[in-house]
Design a protein. Sequence first.
Length: 81
Amino acid sequence: MFQTGYTGFQHEVWLLARCLADQVRAQAWVDEALAKLAKSTEKSAFYDSGLMQLAEVLTTPPERRLRILMGQDSGLFVYDE
């Protein structure tokens, strides 16, 4: 079978998804992302790391987090009440 490498998720979404799903291991994944970032020479390395997306969600007040999450790569829109 031909492999395309497409997973349905953009690379930068994985760190956010993993950290939200398993908060116990989140710190290790953030440390890993920071270590990879320090070694990278790519211009888009910070954005691709997922650190920006994770920071955006974690610094948003809890009552607005769903809006931020749904706005990232989903095509869904959450209306204000």
